[in-house]
Design a protein around this ligand. Sequence first.
Ligand code: OSB
Ligand code: MG
Length: 368
Amino acid sequence: MKVQKITLREIRMPLVTPFETSFGRLTNRRMLIVQVESDGVSGWGESVAGEGPFYAPETVETAWLILRDFLWPILKGRDFANAAEVWQALEPVRGHNMAKGAIESAMWDAEARQKNLPLWKLLGGVHREITCGVSIGIKPTVEELISTVERELAAGYQRIKIKIKPGNDIAPVERLRQQFPQIRLMVDANSAYRLQDWPHLKRLEAYYLMMIEQPLGWDDIFSHAELQRKLDTPICLDECIHTEEHARAAIELGACRIINIKLGRVGGYVPARKIHDFCKSRQIPVWCGGMLESGIGRAHNIALSTLENFSLPGDVTASRRYWAEDIIAPEVLVSANGTIHVPDGPGIGYEPRIDRIEAITARKEVLS
Ligand code: OSB
Ligand code: MG
């Protein structure tokens, strides 16, 4: 596989409803979409970097710069046997996983399309249907939260995750549990607590949560190990896991019992699969996280979720939950049982709507 050119596009999409986490509130998503042209076939990828460095250090701007000035020069003119070789080639660039993940995943899409195979098959996936949970942002009132949860359960979603932060944690969880004693419920703190808050976090254990996602520092595996020893509820790590080595450290130290894998956070399918395989060997379940992706990133998340050890419902949901109009056809649909049927078309299995993408492109650069 040679890459003849890549096109970077920054697109802007308004969210159907604002999304609030412990690190901020978002109403408009800016994202960087990568189109690779390889031997006459286009492959598509999405960088999940946000507008600001508040979830992870990267931003749309840094991903653009790294792709243009450092990743593209590595790929240009090089002949790869397959997409699985790309990640290794990008290794001289340290970090910048969201930039790498965008182009690496686009190369996988291109390879699958060239071979006329669905990407999930090329990856070695096994699940034909993936199970879906929802991530619900912090709401201004508990009443609003309850009605949102009611709506998502009625739509079929199998697991509810709510965002929490100090001052907005025990009360909403308690109310949700009163209202819905049976549901699969979890919380995500996005690093809003410190280790000394552990007695407060311990109070969440009264509500039998499936897991507590990323309570402590975004790069603090060690404190999570101390916290996990004090809690019976499993800790799930998100922000802390950027590499296979992080996953190994976290699991061997006992810092978590579950890992959320995001393609962008770890830099593509090759590292995602390594983490998946390592977790499987240690009987650590994984699930696929989300980053408010457009249809392109969403389609990649579906393909990733077909790997065997993705055994818990992920944050991969219908296009409609976030976008009035998605940039792929068909849009991602979720069944009444809260599942997504994995498409069988070539590549990611959804077609990018080029006219729609062009219409919302704020900036474009073609590299060849
Ligand atoms: O922590 O999982 C997270 C969105 C943006 C940044 C971080 C996170 C999230 C979500 C949304 O939880 C998941 C989704 O895309 O539905
Ligand atoms: Mg998270």
